[in-house]
Design a protein around this ligand. Structure first.
Ligand code: SF4
Ligand code: FES
Length: 203
């Protein structure tokens, strides 16, 4: 696969065609914040926190770095007034769901996001999909999925599968940027305890 040269935050970098701006930035040691990205998973582009500004053929636009492929002569800015404003807004919206999530709080500090800007929503899940996709794509277990749509969307463990697969695994727990995942699992094991199920997780 051939390489292309582009510029990120004023530094030149060569990257393989087909790789993303996020990967090219990593090569330079430039950190772009992400919430729904995981190197073992297919690109998703759900949270848009990785938004960066690109200039190509005279025009500028905002793109998701975890999805956008490297291009020859592309000029990328990972921080700009526009980029920071968008990240701040995204964080404020997500903090309405999960105001106590440490990962969001750290990012909020960096981008000056106000966790009280939007009315609080009851769900603690920020719909990054990491748990659902990891369970499906890496573990091939499909023990956790999304239920409902829109604002009512939330994750749920499928009791019959979870009772068989999750007790030994729990690899999705550390992926969750909020506490929603572990809480949902606890609830599932409590509500659907099966005589042959393993015991709920230790607290
Ligand atoms: S439970 Fe956590 S990991 Fe799963 S979708 Fe919600 S925020 Fe993401
Ligand atoms: S990390 Fe790129 S959209 Fe979520």
């Amino acid at each position: 696969m051939s390489e292309v040269t582009l510029q990120i935050d004023g530094k030149e970098v060569s990257a393989k065609e087909g790789t993303t701006l996020l990967e090219a930035a990593e090569k330079l040691g430039i950190v772009i914040p992400t919430l729904c990205h995981h190197e073992k998973l297919e690109p998703y582009g759900g949270c848009r926190l990785c938004t960066v500004e690109i200039t190509l053929r005279g025009g500028t636009k905002l793109v998701a770095a975890c999805l956008y492929p490297v291009e020859k002569n592309l000029v990328v800015r990972t921080r700009s007034e526009k980029v920071d404003r968008i990240r701040k807004m995204i964080l404020e919206l997500l903090l309405a769901h999960a105001p106590d999530a440490f990962e969001l709080q750290d990012l909020a500090k960096e981008y000056g996001a106000d966790k009280n800007r939007f009315a609080k929503e009851s769900s603690f899940c920020i719909h990054c999909g990491l748990c659902v996709r990891y369970c499906a794509e890496v573990k091939k277990a499909n023990a956790v999925g999304f239920v409902d749509r829109g604002a009512r969307r939330e994750i749920s463990f499928i009791p019959e599968i979870a009772s068989r697969e999750c007790w030994q695994c729990k690899e999705c727990f550390p992926l969750c940027p909020t506490e929603a995942l572990q809480a949902a699992y606890m609830l599932t094991t409590a509500l659907f305890a099966h005589p042959t199920s393993p015991k709920p997780i230790d607290s």
